[in-house]
Design a protein around this ligand. Structure first.
Ligand code: NOJ
Ligand code: CA
Length: 675
């Protein structure tokens, strides 16, 4: 209670920002964070957050502008509160860690408009020791059924000056931008997760959880340099969100951590999602895959038909043989179906999701794969023509189910705002329409035991907890930008991704291009050891070995790491890291006692201090180390790699050098017990 009192005092006096009266407070279970819910003199609801009594989020507005009713924003009074606490541990079917602890306190604040016949709105807050989530609930009530939301007024008034890492929202290229680092005051309009480091060194991540049947939230600078304000992704016609009461909005989330590592280690977003709604999902097992893909981005083969067509029966057999020989479960084949000829990304109106090109015998290829213990990974590129895809969805998924194709990569290559929802209706990739569409694909696929991996997706908000067949997505600049991007991804890119995009969930980044060469000889700005590190650093339950088979043949040493690295983890610990500079992560294999470490740096070389605290005490390990060679450098000597074996024990602290643009990957295997 003492901490609640201190935080309240801090809010009212120290910050000097509180204008409203605090009507309810909520402490996190360990007393680290406190939330105050306020009503100002005009009955406008707000909230504020402190950490250790110090303001983190100053008083910030809450409310809605509606299209079909007066705004829900002022004239409220408190009509009661309800509280509960949760401390439960749940098991992930797959993930970065097997067990997730969900420990929080919850506060429901019932608000009602003071005027006669006033409407009700509930605010639901959950305080964790590493962050806060809140959502709005529109209860069922007389005279309020259809809700049209034009604007959500949620604000985040950051109490201190801060540095921001962000990508622009509402621009043409969806989420595929390089991260910019600016003062908070220079954030224009950003996607979430948006990451901040405050002047006092606190790390914050703003995002949302459980984005279901609602528009994605963007953040733009609101009233004043420190204030971020929600903006909902637009809709083609009418309000940005249309719902029927009762309903709840997605959670607005703020992870609050003392360091960058704490941001990555937080499970807050997952915890705010509903438990598994699909029942037994053991049919999906994390896997690695290869495929007819990099050659298409190199432009040495084509998606479309003709002499360079990549998806031929013969080429598919070659990849299947390669996968079988090297223990990869999946083979992705893009360009297998009719519709790629000509300017396919113009509108996707020619795509068929059931008819293969004549030089690709789908049935034979799928059977050939199954006989070798390999599965095809399906591919549905829509070019944003969702109307056409939804028309064919059931048939397309039925076909895959019949052929034993149990995961599908989907794609929505179209400019932002260019999703074709109907003949003359265009939507955003992250508007309410697409939040519905993606869930439709995921639930239809689940009925057929098919897992889904969308590219050009809507952002991840932790829905893999509820729908564990939603295994990964793109939603950032991946490896393909190293083939043809101008510019290609810079060396700092992955050290940015881990503390921004990766805070939302798994990414199908498609690492492992050991040839370090893109289209027309474009150089990849990475060492070869860093390519290996990405399998540990960039989490996904599916990981591609993206390079061409003939290139892997040239690098048998490094390729051995890719063949062996797991894709499902029992534990994950961030060893060290700073946003945009470097990151080192230790993960324990879910299928063995092995530990893995992956580390990447930006363009700056550094000596990584690696305390082996994660290893079991009293056990000796043999480490297979894949590190940058002593002369390695992403520009001058990218292929220089040292592969070494070394004995390892808990209690030791290693020092390992990361080259400019470099990285390292280590596998720790326990030694057999002495008889
Ligand atoms: C963009 C995806 O990110 C990429 O992986 C895919 O090859 C192309 N679209 C074609 O679907
Ligand atoms: Ca893409």
């Amino acid at each position: 209670m003492a901490s609640a009192r201190i935080s309240l005092i801090a809010l009212l006096f120290l910050a000097g920002l509180a204008r409203g009266e605090t009507v309810a407070t909520l402490d996190s279970p360990g007393g680290v964070l406190a939330v105050a819910v306020t009503l100002d003199a005009d009955g406008r609801p707000g909230y504020a957050v402190t950490r250790g009594g110090v303001p983190v989020i100053a008083e910030s507005r809450l409310g809605f502008i509606l299209s079909n009713a007066p705004k829900l924003e002022r004239g409220f009074r408190l009509d009661g509160t309800e509280r509960r606490g949760v401390d439960a541990t749940w098991e992930q079917p797959w993930g970065e860690r097997r067990f997730v602890r969900n420990r929080h306190r919850e506060l429901r604040v019932r608000l009602v408009e003071k005027r006669a016949g006033g409407r009700r709105l509930d605010l639901l807050f959950r305080a964790f020791d590493d962050g806060v989530g809140f959502r709005f609930e529109f209860p069922a009530q007389d005279g309020v059924s259809e809700i049209g939301i034009v604007d959500e007024l949620t604000e985040f008034a950051v109490a201190e000056p801060a540095t921001a890492w962000w990508i622009p929202a509402g621009e043409w290229n969806r989420y595929e931008y390089l991260y910019r680092k600016t003062p908070l005051a220079e954030v224009g309009q950003a996607h979430t997760p948006l990451t901040l480091r405050t002047a006092s060194g606190l790390h914050l991540s703003f995002h949302e959880a459980a984005l279901v049947d609602y528009a994605g939230m963007w953040l733009r600078r609101g009233d004043g340099a420190q204030r971020l304000k929600a903006t909902l992704a637009p809709a083609a016609d009418g309000p940005r969100v249309q719902r029927q009461a009762p309903f709840a909005t997605p959670w607005r989330t703020i992870v609050i951590a003392p360091d960058a590592a704490g941001l990555y280690e937080s499970d807050l977003v997952l915890n705010l999602n509903e438990p598994n709604a699909l029942g037994d999902v053991s049919w999906f097992k994390p896997y690695k895959y290869v495929g007819i893909w990099w050659s298409l981005h190199l432009d040495t083969e084509s998606w479309g038909s003709g002499p360079r067509h990549g998806a031929t029966t013969e080429n598919a057999r070659r990849y299947i043989d390669f996968a079988a020989a090297n223990g990869f479960r999946g083979v992705l084949i893009e360009g297998w179906n009719r519709g790629w000829d000509g300017d396919w990304f113009a509108d996707g109106s020619g795509f068929s999701f059931t008819e293969p090109y004549p030089d690709f015998d789908l049935e034979t290829v799928a059977a050939y794969a199954r006989e070798r213990g390999v599965r095809l990974v399906g591919h549905h590129e829509t070019a944003g023509n969702v109307a056409r895809y939804e028309d064919q969805l059931a048939d397309a998924l039925d076909l895959y189910e019949r052929l034993g194709i149990d995961s599908v990569k989907t794609g929505y290559v179209a400019d932002a705002g260019g999703i074709r929802a109907a003949e003359r209706r265009y939507e955003w990739h992250d508007g309410q329409f697409m939040s519905r569409h993606h869930l439709k694909v995921v639930t239809e696929a689940a009925k057929r035991r098919i897992a889904v991996n969308p590219h050009e997706p809507i952002k991840d908000t932790g829905l893999r907890r509820t729908y564990p067949n939603w295994i990964a997505r793109e939603g950032a600049r991946g490896m393909e930008y190293n083939a043809w991007g101008s510019p290609p991804n810079p060396p700092e890119h992955e050290a940015n991704l881990v503390f921004t995009r990766m805070l939302s969930g798994p990414m199908d980044f498609t690492p492992g291009v050991l040839s370090l060469t893109g289209r027309s000889g474009q150089k990849i700005r990475s060492t070869i050891a860093k390519q290996l590190a990405l399998y540990v650093v960039i989490y996904s339950p599916i990981q591609m070995a993206a390079d061409l088979p003939e290139n892997y043949a040239k690098f048998p040493g490094p390729f051995k790491f890719i063949r062996g690295v797991p894709v499902d983890w029992a534990e994950t610990r961030v060893v060290a890291g700073e946003i945009g500079d470097f990151i080192a992560i230790a993960r324990k294999d879910r299928g063995s006692e092995d530990w893995y470490v992956g580390a990447v740096t930006d363009e700056t070389a550094r000596d990584l201090r690696l305390p082996l605290e994660f290893l079991d005490a009293g056990r000796s390990y043999t480490a297979a180390i894949y590190r940058d060679g002593d002369d390695a450098d992403f520009e001058a000597k990218p292929f220089s790699i040292a592969i070494e074996s070394r004995a390892a024990r808990r209690g030791e602290t290693w020092s390992l050098r990361l080259a400019p643009g470099g990285g390292l990957a280590i596998r720790f295997t326990p030694d057999p017990a002495m008889p």
